[in-house]
Design a protein around this ligand. Structure first.
Ligand SMILES: [Zn+2]
Ligand SMILES: [Zn+2]
Length: 141
């Protein structure tokens, strides 16, 4: 129960509240062009599983960003809330929504071969290229 504080998020305007049962604090940074376009930079995403409860669902809009996943945001303030895999129903959510989660650690970078040259992180992480990701996740696509 003591972890519940770290597993609750609000959008900027407060219309949407999110409660996540289990967050993996080891998060992934995605450099793909969809994430760059969506957020203006790489996306820092936590794996949140399927045990997620939303309050204010009527304010959430979902955009089908690919054949296998959609991206959700608050229709009132624009806060990016999640990407959701259609096949598994699992949610990934931005790290910044859960800043008090214990043990946050950047452990993986996706689409490392698509990362623009104008930034780089000094964090030591594993990396996966576009080809490696499609090979690894083909069962979820
Ligand atoms: Zn909002
Ligand atoms: Zn991405």
């Amino acid at each position: 129960m003591s972890k519940s504080v770290g597993n609750v998020a609000n959008c900027l305007c407060g219309s949407v509240k999110i409660r996540v049962k289990n967050i993996d604090p080891k998060f992934t940074v995605c450099h793909c062009s969809s994430c760059q376009t969506w957020g203006g930079g790489p996306l820092f995403m936590l794996q949140c599983g399927t045990d997620v409860v939303f309050e204010g669902k009527e304010s959430i809009k979902e955009y089908e960003s690919s054949a296998w996943a959609s991206r959700g945001f608050c229709s009132k303030c624009g806060t990016h809330l999640f990407s959701r895999f259609k096949k598994t129903g699992t949610y990934n959510m931005p790290v910044g929504l859960f800043p008090t989660t214990e043990g946050l650690e950047m452990t993986m970078q996706y689409f490392s071969d698509l990362k623009p040259d104008y930034y780089c992180f000094s964090n030591e992480t594993a990396e996966m290229t576009e080809a490696e990701i499609y090979a690894h996740f083909s069962s979820q696509l």
